[in-house]
Design a protein around this ligand. Structure first.
Ligand SMILES: Cc1cc2nc3c(=O)[nH]c(=O)nc-3n(C[C@H](O)[C@H](O)[C@H](O)COP(=O)(O)OP(=O)(O)OC[C@H]3O[C@@H](n4cnc5c(N)ncnc54)[C@H](O)[C@@H]3O)c2cc1C
Ligand code: SF4
Length: 656
């Protein structure tokens, strides 16, 4: 923690509780608190900072200092729903403030236009629920740019002929090329392909009080000791803290979202460090716990009113999980590359992003990257070619010779949304808090495996063209382990085939929002985090707009004074004459404002009238309510377009 934070009481009804402080949660915390809201972030993991990060491979890789711990939070795996799941490590994610963005590789690709409209373009794919997004690349483009400039991404605009359109260049030049990048680039050009500098969420230049990358070489899996990796921790949460409105509450393991009799979320129930239980009250909740834990939390929040789990009327919470197909081919060279120095990836190619299913015989597409992401110990376990002695002096000699002469090509690709592929809760296994464990059910769609093998063949071709002494890899195998956790509460217009709408609001619970990897509709071609973060920036804008329009505190059709719902469109009976229809866009939302002469909302609404809080936050109401007086408070209602000043970013005043 770098600045004094507010300490809200759990009984304070804050504006937003955010569950999870990872890639998406950190950005929502930053944006919502900067927009003037009071925010509590409940994060199950500890609050670690640069001084806590080390290069200790045992602590990080074997003892899970930064990640979910398999003993405390065990997971189970099965291939199909007919099988009984077996306990095994099935998922890895960052379990600390900043989430998985603290320890990830930081390979940062935008999705392309095709990723949002692929179902329309290729048609249905048998055995899948492939569908288009309710938003397009163009809708998300400004937010991709925001991620690049506000979070910090290095890269070279226009370097790839396959790049989607962009409104601005990258804020920083690419990181220096590594030996693996030089080899990759030369060989790819020989083959007529189009390599380009990898866009990375790592600073190539000092920026916003953060250091540029010092090439420490312990990047994938490790926290950055100089703040150069653009995690939510350094790039978003610290900004949120500086607003003085955002409290980050670490070691807070949320296990239930509470709802009231009207089916509205009222708060989040969590265990603190000592395993005491608390309920943090909030007007609205945004769950950003990732594609595994978000569905688990919704399923754990089942109640009489929501017997199948919260926000699960579609039955799709946890389903259509996509992991991104992928794999690795490793190559060895005669001469030293010393690629262990520095960050992981410096060159990428996207020539195979959009493969033609008619030509290749399967659906999908992907990208290749050049990297070395081993540490000394992980290299000893997995970096040597098959057949190398694993013990004694020959093993030592192989390590000494090959550590500096090895590089990898990673293949990243689509995975298809298959309904049975899912995260759910295990009926038998429990975690250390007594909660049902996370269960992974996954069997790759045959096209995902075909794509994997097709991409491997390209990686081998590239190593041949590069003159590698040896190159080896293993055929694509069925996944039993998840790192990219996507699609389990997907976005869509139809409540029957999706869990959230394009505002990230759940179809079933109006003040419950979900934003993280679970929101994705398709998997892209790997590297989903740029898109997750762009969605988080967009979600924050959408949620802020809904709050300002008075559409979060109550359902359309709910009278704020009587607190009753009038779904049939009839007047509420109090005589204000404002309809409570849920059907019309122009339906009033019944938030009344007492206006002073200059148009500012005065804070003298009667005690107990729910308009008080909204007034303070600057919420307004819809056009249909304009100019009418509420029967009880006798206050004028204002419209969306009312030209009023709202308290906003960094204490400035912006037009509403
Ligand atoms: C080793 C590794 C390398 C990766 N490399 C890349 C890469 O190069 N490029 C890329 O694009 N992606 C990469 N990824 C994936 C990327 O990190 C994730 O896609 C991204 O962080 C997901 O963001 P999120 O907001 O969905 O969730 P996370 O970032 O996982 O954040 C979720 C947060 O919620 C917290 N949480 C969960 N449940 C609860 C609960 N019940 N109560 C309170 N808090 C809770 C978690 O502790 C965590 O902090 C990598 C992942 C791994 C594991
Ligand atoms: S390689 Fe660079 S970005 Fe990665 S952890 Fe080291 S200093 Fe940080």
């Amino acid at each position: 923690m770098t600045v004094d934070q507010p300490h809200y009481k759990t009984s304070d009804e804050v504006d937003f509780v955010i569950v999870g402080s990872g890639a998406a949660g950190g950005i929502l915390a930053k944006e919502l608190s900067t927009n003037g809201f009071r925010v509590v972030v409940l994060e199950q993991g500890p609050y670690l900072t640069e001084t806590d990060f080390t290069h200790n491979e045992i602590e990080i890789m074997a003892q899970d200092k930064l990640t979910n711990h398999p003993k405390l939070q065990p997971t189970t795996f099965r291939k199909t729903p007919d099988e009984k799941a077996k306990p095994q490590r099935a998922v890895v994610y960052g379990r600390c403030v900043g989430g998985t963005s603290v320890h990830f590789t930081a390979n940062f690709w935008r999705f392309h236009e095709i990723d949002f409209i692929e179902r329309s373009k290729v048609g249905p794919v048998a055995g899948t629920g492939l569908m288009d997004w309710p938003i397009t690349y163009a809708d998300l483009e400004p937010y991709y740019t925001k991620v690049e400039w506000e979070i910090g991404v290095s890269g070279l605009a226009g370097a790839s002929p396959f790049d989607p359109p962009r409104s601005k260049p990258y804020p920083m030049p690419p990181l220096p090329v590594k030996s693996s990048g030089v080899i990759f680039e030369r060989a790819a050009r020989k083959l007529g392909w189009h390599p380009f500098p990898a866009p990375m969420a790592i600073l190539s230049q000092a920026r916003a009080g953060r250091s540029a990358c010092v090439n420490c070489g312990f990047c994938l899996g490790f926290g950055c000791e100089v703040g150069a990796k653009s995690s939510s921790l350094v790039a978003a949460i610290r900004v949120a803290e500086r607003t003085g409105r955002c409290e980050i509450r670490p070691n807070s393991y949320v296990h239930r979202i509470e709802t009231d009799a009207n089916g509205r979320a009222t708060g989040a129930v969590y265990f603190d460090e000592k395993r005491n239980t608390h309920l943090q009250k909030a007007k609205a909740i945004v769950v950003c716990a990732n594609g595994a834990e978000t569905p688990r939390l919704l399923l754990l929040s089942a109640s009489k009113q929501f017997p199948g789990g919260l926000a699960n009327s579609s039955g799709l919470v946890g389903k259509y999980l996509m992991l991104n197909s992928g794999g690795v081919v490793t190559g060895q060279f005669e001469h030293p590359l010393n690629d262990y120095k520095g960050y992981a990836v410096s060159r990428v190619l996207h020539d195979f992003y959009e493969l033609d299913p008619q030509k290749v015989g399967f659906y999908g597409g992907g990208g290749l990257d050049a990297r070395f992401d081993f540490t000394p110990i992980s290299f000893a376990f997995g970096g040597l070619p098959p057949g190398t002695p694993r013990w004694g002096k020959d093993f030592k000699a192989a390590l000494a010779q090959d550590f500096s002469r090895t590089m990898e090509i990673f293949c990243h690709g689509t995975s298809l949304p298959v309904e049975n592929n899912s995260f759910s809760i295990d009926p038998d296994v429990k975690d250390a808090w007594g909660l049902p464990a996370l269960r992974l059910t996954y069997k790759d769609h045959p096209d995902d495996l075909k794509l994997g093998n097709w991409m491997f063949a390209r990686a081998h071709e590239l190593f041949e063209a590069a003159g590698a002494k040896k190159h080896w890899g293993f055929p694509a195998a069925e996944s039993q382990f998840a790192v990219h956790l996507l699609g389990t509460c997907r976005m869509g217009n139809d409540p029957k085939t999706s869990v959230i709408n394009s505002d990230h609001r759940t179809h079933d619970v109006k003040n419950l929002f979900l934003c993280d990897g679970s929101s994705l509709v398709t998997s892209g071609r790997g590297q989903p985090t740029m898109t997750i973060e762009a969605l988080a920036f967009r979600a924050a804008d959408r949620i802020t707009a809904l709050a300002k329009n008075g559409e979060i505190r109550q359902d359309r059709g709910d009278c704020q004074t009587t607190r009753k719902s009038y779904k049939d469109g009839s007047p509420c009976g109090l005589g204000c004459g404002l309809e409570t229809s849920t059907k019309s866009e122009a339906a009033p939302t019944f938030i009344s404002q007492n206006l002073s002469a200059n148009g500012q909302a005065a804070d003298n609404a009667p005690t107990g009238c729910s308009s008080r809080e909204e007034n303070r936050l600057g919420f307004s109401v819809s056009r249909a309510a304009r100019g009418k007086r509420h029967p009880i408070s006798n206050r004028l209602t204002v419209s969306k377009g009312f030209n009023r000043q709202l308290p906003s970013r960094e204490g400035q005043v912006l037009p509403a």
